[in-house]
Design a protein around this ligand. Structure first.
Ligand code: ZN
Length: 181
């Protein structure tokens, strides 16, 4: 586990890596969560955990400190059940694939439009422009697809190297000890 400068010293570290705070899951940077689906608590033994990266920036609320000092990132390895893993993976594959296809279509359409403009009769200029607009739409839809399908838990805040996560399944959260004050 890598140690981030802002994550040390971690007073909670001697007590554990995962806690609960009401419905929130409080997880230390670098933790591999138990093999149950974080979204529905179904067994997820034998499945590779997914790497979730959370970034939180409280600088808009606190004045007098730079964004660089306050920006914090926590990486958590969480398990998903077969169904949630399928949704997450299809979101990644189709979302990233769609973005790539859209960018390629945009470049190809731009090249066609440019080449058409340089030729004696610019008969493909309109087609190239329509292609670029379609490509822009494909990229936009793919980004929404990626964000929607790969949505798991959300980070409420990060403190002392621990991420406070919401939307984890209640039964999953309740197996952990209450966050010590
Ligand atoms: Zn699940």
């Amino acid at each position: 586990m890598s140690t981030l400068p802002y994550a040390s010293p971690v007073p909670l570290a001697v007590e554990g890596d995962v806690f609960r705070d009401g419905a929130l899951l409080v997880v230390r940077h670098g933790t591999v969560l138990p093999a149950s689906c974080i979204l529905c608590n179904a067994p997820a033994e034998g499945k590779q955990p997914v790497r979730l990266v959370f970034t939180w920036d409280p600088s808009f609320r606190i004045t007098g400190e730079t964004t660089l000092q306050l920006r914090q990132t926590v990486v958590v390895h969480a398990h998903l059940c077969a169904g949630h893993l399928r949704t997450w993976r299809s979101g990644r594959v189709l979302g990233l694939g769609g973005i790539l296809a859209g960018v390629l279509l945009m470049m190809a359409s731009g090249a066609v439009a440019g080449w058409s403009e340089l030729s004696a009769v610019p008969r493909y200029t309109a087609a190239g422009i329509v292609g670029m607009m379609a490509a822009f739409l494909v990229v936009t839809v793919s980004m929404f697809w990626l964000a929607f399908k790969t949505r798991t838990v959300a980070c409420r805040r990060i403190e002392g190297g621990y991420a406070h996560l919401e939307h984890a399944h209640r039964a999953f959260v309740e197996r952990f000890n209450v966050l010590p004050l």
